[in-house]
Write a protein that binds this ligand. Structure first.
Ligand SMILES: Nc1ncnc2c1ncn2[C@@H]1O[C@H](COP(=O)(O)OP(=O)(O)O)[C@@H](O)[C@H]1O
Ligand SMILES: [Mg+2]
Length: 440
């Protein structure tokens, strides 16, 4: 991490550079003029003139080299960024004169793997650090990948958005070894979604809330997550009230899928009973603190696609029951490994009980057309917090997890255009282990 404090105004530095330039030119030209005039001088004077000429030349060379190295055209990356930050500060940020010195913002920066991480300490001079991030991104001509603000400082990461994962490749990884020695094994490894963002389902990040308008990529992301859950050999359940190709694909892969209201309530009831049973059987007082991973048990994952469409069409009694059962899993599921992954197209404050949403600590929002209210309800932040023009799209958006601070830009793993093309792989993943106790 390099530090950058700007203590003087640009004028002082320029004046100093000009002075050095003048001295070096004088040292070069005075001996040149004297020798050119043909005057005769004692050898000692000639020696002095020669030394003057050489030191003038050396000074000029060092000066030109230093100016070039420290400029925004510098071949040394960190020096180039340094200069750009200085210019950006002088051009666009507030500074106050403090006697001969300058009271200005402070920077820290580093370059790693092509990504530039910049910390800004506004020192009471700037309020809107999100706006500074957006402008700095334009100035550096690099997309802002991450922005977070905490007490007295802001952190930005600039760089090119990393490659999207190939969802099929990720799901298939390691299952078709040429030697055929794949050994099914329960795994608790976090599920990578994009770059540094992963779903650690053994932590408080267990429950997921995924919000995106229609067509923005919810079902595709659910398919990937579902496939990875099967790959990790946990138990998966799907609710697809629309009875779309999503539910169909998982049903054909051998996963229980509920579509009708009665089936949904029954599935939820069974899950809650199973959870209660697990608590009363395995979670006696002496094992307090241990979770399903510590006990080597399978997790139970319920994917509930388009929850609001189910709740809005259910009568009051059913709605209350569905919310109550989901609330139970949301509240108590963590240690026993009962997880809910719910999606909706929008989210206003009253759409879902807080008892459910507040337990979902992995929040994902996708899509270009997302209202401020939905964005705020889904992530707890405002669109301006993205520090840049909101840049969601199909399969593109932001994630909030307990492991990452602030909002993280994500692009969901790529899947084939037709969901049915995932079927063979999903079936393979489902059948590889014996997650349903059938020993298939
Ligand atoms: N991860 C992805 N990989 C490939 N295509 C995607 C992905 N996400 C979204 N799409 C494209 O967007 C369309 C809508 O995605 P879908 O998951 O059905 O959205 P939603 O469930 O939010 O309505 C898909 O048919 C596909 O063409
Ligand atoms: Mg969908």
């Amino acid at each position: 991490m390099k530090n950058l404090r700007i203590r003087t105004s640009g004028k002082a530095v320029t004046a100093f550079k000009q002075l050095l330039l003048l001295i070096s030119l004088m040292f070069i030209f005075i001996p040149a003029i004297i020798s050119g005039s043909g005057s005769t001088a004692p050898p000692a004077i000639w020696q002095i003139l020669q030394a003057m000429f050489l030191s003038g030349f050396a000074l000029l060379t060092v000066l030109v080299l230093a100016v070039w190295l420290l400029s925004r055209f510098s071949p040394v990356k960190w020096l180039k960024i340094r200069k750009k930050l200085i210019l950006f500060t002088r051009m666009f940020l507030h500074s106050e004169e403090d006697g001969l010195l300058l009271h200005s913002v402070q920077w820290q920066y580093s370059i790693e793997d092509g990504k530039i991480t910049v910390f800004l300490y506004p020192n009471g001079l700037e309020k809107d650090t999100a706006d500074i991030g957006r402008r700095l991104s334009e100035y550096l001509r690099k997309p802002l990948l991450k922005y977070e603000e905490s007490d007295g400082m802001a952190r930005y990461v600039f760089g090119r958005a990393p490659e999207r994962f190939d969802g099929m490749e990720k799901m298939a990884e390691g299952i078709t070894e040429p030697t055929g020695c794949y050994v099914p094994m329960l795994s608790y490894e976090p599920i990578s979604i994009y770059d540094g963002v992963a779903w650690d389902f053994t932590s408080e990040a267990l429950h997921i809330l995924l919000i995106a308008p229609s067509g923005a990529g919810k079902t595709r992301l659910l398919t990937y997550l579902g496939g990875m859950i099967l790959k990790r050999q946990h138990r998966l359940y799907v609710i697809d009230a629309k009875n779309s190709d999503f539910g169909m694909t998982f049903r054909h892969a051998g996963v229980p899928v509920a579509t009708k209201k009665e089936e949904i309530i029954q599935l939820l009831t069974e899950l809650v009973q199973e959870m209660e049973k697990r608590y009363s059987t395995f979670y006696t007082d002496d094992s307090a603190g241990a979770d399903f991973k510590d006990k080597g048990m399978q997790g139970h994952f319920l994917i509930f696609d388009e929850i609001l469409s189910v709740l809005s069409s259910a009568d009051k009694k059913d709605k209350t029951e569905i919310e109550r059962l989901l609330g139970q899993i949301a509240l108590k599921g963590r240690a026993a490994g009962f997880s809910i992954i719910i999606t909706a197209q929008k989210l206003n404050a009253t759409d879902l009980p807080k008892a459910i949403t507040e337990q979902c600590q992995t929040r994902i929002i996708l899509g270009g057309q997302v209202s401020e209210e939905t964005f705020h309800q889904a992530t707890g932040m405002y669109k301006k917090d993205t520090g840049s023009v909101y840049k969601g799209g199909v399969g593109k958006g932001y994630a909030v997890t307990p492991k990452t601070i602030g909002l993280s830009y994500i692009e969901t793993p790529l899947l084939p255009p037709n969901l049915r093309d995932c079927l063979v792989l999903l079936k393979e993943l489902r059948d590889r282990g014996t997650p349903y106790g059938e020993g298939r």
